[in-house]
Design a protein around this ligand. Structure first.
Ligand code: FE2
Length: 250
């Protein structure tokens, strides 16, 4: 089986189109989507139309949840920008997304098996906001007990591509299709950055009973995506899309 894994599209329809074309070239049998599909100031409606058409197995991200749980007045600017573009059919689709999913020995969640907004493989240090690789103990605690037989855990949320091998399992974060950097304020103000503007995804092959992961970073017209963000008065997004670094204010 050749499995394409996408996550954190964040309404970036041009990045998604480029990734789907590449996945087709790579001959994936199946594609799964790890959530945070639409939130952001780009093309939430167009992205939702593409995803509805393909009907990939998709788990719900924290921003997918917020788009249907929060009143618009309570939303952050990225969720609100997406919400204003979405139609009922898109919201109905978000309502159908499960928190997690499983097939064969593959488990899918957006962030961790317990929470849709917890980092699995990274730890933010309080006050300084430095981000380090989580310890093995932290990873085990955040994973918790998994269903018997799971050998591959697919997750997103941090937008940072990673492959971890622990306790006989592979943990794979494919990185973000549509938003290569962001800043956040949980625990402490911190920056998550892939340091290039490429659209990221992963391909998993099962070879003689073992999963093998390939990470991809492909080009698409990120300057056009950044210009769209600028036109919507989101300089933070424009900078992240064009560079892969978060915009830092002095
Ligand atoms: Fe995300």
């Amino acid at each position: 089986m050749r499995l394409g894994v996408i996550a954190d599209i964040h309404g970036n329809a041009s990045a998604l189109r480029a990734v789907l074309a590449k996945l087709k070239d790579l001959g994936c049998d199946r594609i799964v989507d790890l959530g945070d599909c639409l939130s952001g100031p780009l093309d939430a409606d167009e992205t939702a139309d593409i995803l509805l058409e393909h009907n990939f197995l998709t788990v719900r991200g924290n921003h997918d949840r917020q788009l249907i749980d929060q009143h618009p007045e309570a939303m952050g600017p990225s969720d609100l920008a997406a919400r204003s573009l979405l139609h009922d059919k898109h919201l109905d689709w978000l309502h159908t997304l499960p928190f997690h999913a499983q097939f064969d020995d593959v488990y899918l969640c957006h962030a961790t098996p317990r929470k849709d907004s917890q980092y699995l493989l990274e730890t933010v240090i309080p006050i300084s906001g430095e981000v380090r690789l989580a310890s093995q103990g932290e990873m085990r605690a955040r994973l918790g007990p998994l269903p018997d037989g799971v050998t591959l855990v697919l997750h997103g949320h941090t937008h940072i591509p990673r492959l971890v091998s622990i306790d006989g399992r592979l943990l794979v974060n494919p990185g973000s299709v549509g938003l290569p950097a962001y800043d956040a304020t949980s625990t402490a103000t911190h920056f998550m950055e892939t340091a290039s503007p490429h659209a990221r995804f992963a391909v998993l092959d099962r070879v003689q009973g073992q999963w093998r992961a390939e990470f991809h970073a492909i080009e698409y017209d990120w300057d056009k995506a950044a210009a769209l963000a600028t036109s919507r008065k989101r300089d933070d997004w424009a900078h992240a899309l064009a560079t892969g670094f978060a915009l830092r204010h002095a």
